[in-house]
Design a protein around this ligand. Sequence first.
Ligand code: DAK
Length: 260
Amino acid sequence: MTEKQFIRVNPQIEKFIALIELNRPKELNALNRELMLEIRDTLRELDNDDQVRVIILTGGQKVFAAGADIKQMANASAIEMLNIDQFSTWDQIKRTRKPIIAAVSGFALGGGCELAMTCDMIIASETAKFGQPEIKIGTMPGAGGTQRLTRAVGKALAMELVLTGRFLTAEEALRAGLINKVVPVELLLDETLALAREIASQSPVAVKLAKEAVNHAFNSTLDEGLLFERKNFYLTFASEDQKEGMSAFIEKRKPEFKGI
Ligand code: DAK
């Protein structure tokens, strides 16, 4: 595990699986700018590392993240916020081509909820609480909360959560379609690893192209999305992995994917 100032990184917690753990426990993993820069740089490195196929992002068993660092933002002017250009940091998460799974326990609030939602899947422990409480401190979500939450859970619930700041329990989040699974807190990492392992055993080429296509659904009409999907589908036939996958099926053996 490499220690940065605010996160810990294990590029091989298991073969092909990397782990990033937020590490500001006293501040409930509040996301200050330096921490977000560390996440950005780490994601860039892991995305370019051939030995990594899936990335897990967690805050550990107590708390995921209680939001952006309120103490750091409290006195900022609008123009300072604009000039800091925090969006470019957050955009790197979205730009990461390998799948990222958020493993969430405890609070995932404000920027913490947005960080989890920017990941591709969310596994939550029974103690997880999701919310966008910015309204209670006189502001509103600024890193995708009004958009990603609405797409995930629908307008009525998103509007309620954003306008009241109410938290969702893990079970409610599961029912609303925000997360993939709820697990006991002590099994959070194991269950997340199980999902990561499953994805890491697939063709990395196909995984990358499929992730891109699913994400395209949010930004396109159905016809555009179907066309995009079809092109990525054809592209998988340029990979050795597709030949290996189909040969292995016919020969009744397990495929050995290489990512080429
Ligand atoms: N920032 C800074 N410190 C925080 C914090 C936060 N978000 N949340 C907690 N802490 C600190 C507390 O100040 C306290 O520090 P000390 O007093 O011990 O020094 C310590 O963590 C423990 O917190 P509590 O004593 O409050 O613990 P409790 O268990 O009583 O309460 C709580 C837990 C999570 C309910 C409570 O701490 C809370 O309400 N926290 C604030 C939640 C919140 O409002 N979050 C949204 C923040 S706004 C953007 C990107 C991101 C964002 C916006 C734009 N761009 C790219 C432009 C995001 C904005 C936000 O997230």
